[in-house]
Design a protein around this ligand. Structure first.
Ligand code: GLC
Length: 459
């Protein structure tokens, strides 16, 4: 068995991160998703916007801010490359999921972006534009270089992202409605509607806008709307997404078919929709935010990234944060097991797997998105645990991951109920696994490093 001390493991992670950097016109602009030889899909040579976030944060904390600045500039420019979709009058101008540099027939460098028009399943990367804003906020706060965000191109970019997010939709909720597979889970997994992870990012982006967008005649009104929306969103998520034993009992005894404003069950959730596993699994003093919520629909699955980001960004309340960490503590074998952290608990099986994933062989039960363990979630786990005063859990999770990630050569994901096996179709040398690990260690050393994301005026 390969063994190494903590310093060697850190160096190996850093070497992988550095090797993944690629340049455009002589400047480093991004990190590839994976460097393994036989990579699972062609687009893993791209820089994914969401994958760059842990890399970018590491570079910022290491004083290599110019890489992040280049990345932010390039991603912003790429919005202009989006082709018009037939029948869409105005382009939504989202950020691409990923991009790469290629050589044209003359040997010149050209940027190629994927806006979901080439991605497997043709999914829309709604989270990209929000991660871009949050990376900009991190850049400004860590470097103090507010001038970058003030540049006209950046102001225009921020304004149009806010416009897309605040657009009127056929909706009565403060949450953001998105198609299936529009975020980290970028394959069909029954995550259409109002998935928690998108709501956490939406909340954080609305917050960030208050700091990054300069108020003028047009933007002042938008910023006011953004503040109102954030307040409604917070109240709605804290109240209606929250599940603890008390709330479960309430839902279990819900009256249905209530009409009017003052009904206890406004979304008409049928108690019969509570899955069998929930009642015995949820510990007495723990709780979590539901995976998704809409009319007649509660997705009771536990989505780690949505819960962790809600804590990191300040969408969940301090009491809820304590209860979520209590859940991790008490259900450690299920939610952390042999590799932090389980992406979704529990897995979809049988007919549910057939219908909700389209019988996806990559997402079989307890594999990949459908209940696999993803080491990249180590950094939000550590950040969230520290925020809730659970340094013990943060440090235990890093200990679980450290030697194994090194020995297995930084896999993308693990399979099985406890995450014991390397994922069936997992890449190795997955860059956000390594960057996430370095970031987790840096946060444990200095827990207040990400506080700028939660510096909002709480409603
Ligand atoms: C997979 C993941 C996605 C990630 C990409 C690159 O498609 O589901 O979240 O961004 O790989 O690592």
């Amino acid at each position: 068995m390969v063994t190494a001390d903590a310093a060697e493991i850190h160096q190996a992670a850093q070497a992988l991160l550095d090797a993944s950097l690629f340049s455009y016109q002589g400047e480093p602009i991004g990190t590839r998703a994976a460097l393994s030889a036989g990579i699972a899909a062609e687009n893993y040579v791209d820089c994914f916007i969401r994958d760059f976030v842990p890399s970018g944060l590491v570079f910022l904390f290491q004083g290599r801010a110019e890489i992040v600045r280049n990345f932010l500039r390039v991603a912003l420019r790429l919005r202009g490359l989006q082709e018009e979709i037939e029948g869409h009058h105005r382009l939504p101008r989202v950020m691409p999921a990923s991009f790469r540099v290629e050589r044209d027939g003359y040997g010149d460098e050209v940027l190629h972006a994927d806006f979901g028009d080439r991605a497997i399943g043709r999914v829309a990367p709604v989270d990209s534009m929000m991660w871009w804003v949050l990376t900009l906020q991190a850049y400004v706060n860590v470097t103090g270089d507010a001038a970058l965000a003030e540049e006209p191109a950046f102001q225009r970019g921020l304004q149009s992202i806010l416009t897309v997010m605040l657009n009127d939709r056929f909706e009565v909720f403060p949450t953001l409605l998105v198609p299936d597979a529009s975020f980290m889970i970028d394959r069909r997994m029954g995550v259409y509607g109002h998935p928690l992870e998108i709501q956490a990012l939406f909340f954080a982006t609305l917050n960030a806008m208050q700091e990054l967008l300069t108020p003028d005649q047009t933007t002042s009104t938008m910023l006011e709307l953004a503040a109102k929306r954030r307040a409604h969103l917070t109240e709605y998520v804290r109240q209606f997404y929250w599940l603890d034993p008390l709330k479960l009992n309430e839902i279990h005894r819900y009256e249905t078919e209530g009409f009017g404003h003052d009904v206890a069950n406004p979304l008409n959730i049928n108690p019969e929709s509570i899955p069998d596993w929930v009642a015995d699994w949820l510990p007495d003093d723990a709780g979590y935010l539901l995976g998704n919520l809409g009319p007649g629909r509660m997705d009771f699955r536990f989505f780690a990234q949505g819960n962790l980001l809600s804590m990191v960004f300040g969408l969940s309340s301090p009491e809820q944060n304590t209860a979520i960490m209590q859940l991790f503590d008490q259900r450690w074998p299920d939610l952390v097991g042999r590799m932090p952290v389980k992406l979704i608990y529990p897995a979809l099986v049988g007919v549910e797997w057939q219908i909700l994933t389209g019988s996806d062989p990559k997402n079989t039960p307890w594999s990949y998105h459908n209940g696999g363990n993803w080491p990249v979630l180590l950094w939000p786990f550590v950040a969230a645990a520290l925020r809730a005063g659970r340094r013990d859990l943060a440090s235990n999770a890093i200990d679980v991951a450290r030697s194994r990630l090194y020995r297995d050569d930084w896999p993308e994901y693990y399979d099985g109920r406890s995450g014991r096996m390397i994922g069936r179709r997992s890449n190795v040398r997955q860059v956000w696994t390594a960057a996430g690990f370095i970031l987790a260690e840096a946060l444990l050393e200095q827990p207040d490093r990400l506080d700028f994301w939660d510096a909002c005026i709480h409603p």
